[in-house]
Design a protein around this ligand. Structure first.
Ligand SMILES: Cc1ncc(COP(=O)(O)O)c(C=O)c1O
Length: 382
């Protein structure tokens, strides 16, 4: 059997990871400034997490959600404390799309409505309702195209209000910072306005913090910069540092009902142990403080480099926009400088390194990045 060929691949086999570095099958070391799509939060193979997972595997990997799972309860308590949402309830799933799918369902159950407001260039995942709320027709199959979602421009409150005024909107869904869309930070006042409008029109405000949350921007959630409290928050990516997991944080205004939501694997023992270890490390190693310090340093140093149009983002979620397509620069970063980065669209390099990135590694990245940039500019001018 062959693999279903949907991923354009770099011809590199990563076999090992440690902290902010990964190693290929030839023993070559790379700086990981992408965290495998923002998934690595406390660093590759953090010893504390490895040990916790190893211990749990030897005891029990999985049992179903039909019995009490004290590790889920421990995770809920820790996450409530770490995020400032200890009065919210936690529903555990397996991925980001599944978290958004459940959030949109909850909103629809609560309001009895079907309409959704999402924003231009939004990405919310690839399952049915989540992909319908994703502004990319290429990945929306006819079966997902049900005209439930209206895409509006970011930061345009009056457009949101006129749409809500039609009376059929169950949810407004928005990323804390748009990731796939190009590291676009919504205005804090726009976020505050969305909160007010959702309350005024009886719609549910869903904050997709799958990429921007879990400490990535230096606050636990990116929306906390705007000082608002959404009705539902979704997380995944860094929650378990590479173990597949997603989460829905649900405000006390929602009344749970037996059987309304469910999943076989969501919140399994192994995932919960992996996620608890992440929050232990956040606390013990001052991960948020590190994101603030190293993120600010990296951003300011990047802004000093010539030939860059704009550096955007918060903490360790940074977008570097160029006047030219970045495909060749990214290739050179990987093949010549041994640095993994991501991209958004054609002109933006996306940095989503492990949240434990230290200044020394940031400096090493900056040196390699300037060298690749210089080389790119020289070859273009010849
Ligand atoms: C903001 C956002 N929402 C949802 C998702 C979907 O997450 P997953 O790929 O885990 O389904 C992603 C993934 O990139 C994302 O960035």
């Amino acid at each position: 059997m062959k693999l279903f060929d949907v991923y354009p691949l770099f011809d590199i086999e990563i076999v090992k990871g440690s902290g902010c570095r990964v190693y290929d099958s030839n023993g070559r070391e790379y700086i990981d400034m992408y965290g495998g799509h923002a998934v690595i939060s406390i660093g590759h193979s953090h010893p504390r997490q490895v040990e916790a997972i190893r211990r749990q595997v030897g005891e029990l990997m999985f049992y179903s959600n039909s019995v009490r799972n004290p590790i889920q309860e421990r995770l809920a308590e820790k996450l409530g404390q770490a995020s400032g949402y200890d009065d919210y309830a936690l529903f555990l799933v397996n991925s980001g799309a599944e978290a958004n799918e459940n959030a949109l369902k909850l909103a629809s159950f609560k309001t009895g409505k079907k309409g959704v407001v999402a924003f231009r260039h939004a990405f919310h995942g690839r399952t049915s309702a989540a992909v319908e709320a994703t502004d990319n027709p290429r990945i929306v199959a006819p079966i997902n195209d049900n005209s439930h979602v209206t895409f509006l421009p970011l930061n345009d409150l009056s457009a949101v209000e006129s749409r809500l005024n039609e009376g059929d909107i169950s949810a407004i869904i928005i990323e804390g910072i748009q990731g796939v869309g190009g590291i676009v930070v919504p205005d804090d006042n726009f976020m505050k306005g969305l909160r007010n409008l959702a309350t005024k029109y009886g719609s549910v405000l869903i904050l997709d913090e799958i990429q921007s949350g879990y400490g990535r921007t230096g606050r636990f959630f990116a929306h906390q910069y705007a000082d608002i409290r959404p009705d539902i928050i979704t997380c995944a990516k860094g929650i378990a540092n590479g173990y597949p997991m997603g989460a829905v944080l649900i405000s006390p205004d929602f009344e749970p009902e037996y059987g309304q939501l469910g999943t076989t694997f969501g919140g399994n023992h192994l995932a919960c142990v992996a996620a608890c270890a992440v929050l232990d490390v956040f606390e013990e190693e001052g991960v948020l403080e590190n994101v603030n310090e190293v993120g600010a340093y990296l951003k300011s140093r990047l802004m000093e480099l010539p030939g860059i149009k704009e550096v955007r983002g918060r903490g360790l979620m940074l977008g570097i926009e160029f006047e030219f397509p970045v495909k060749e620069l990214r290739r050179s970063l990987i093949e010549d400088e041994h640095v993994f980065t991501g991209a958004s669209g054609t002109h933006i390099i996306r940095l989503l390194p492990p949240l434990v990135l230290d200044k020394w590694t940031a400096d090493e990245f900056l040196a390699r990045f300037s060298r690749a940039l210089k080389k790119y500019n020289t070859t273009q001018n010849n």
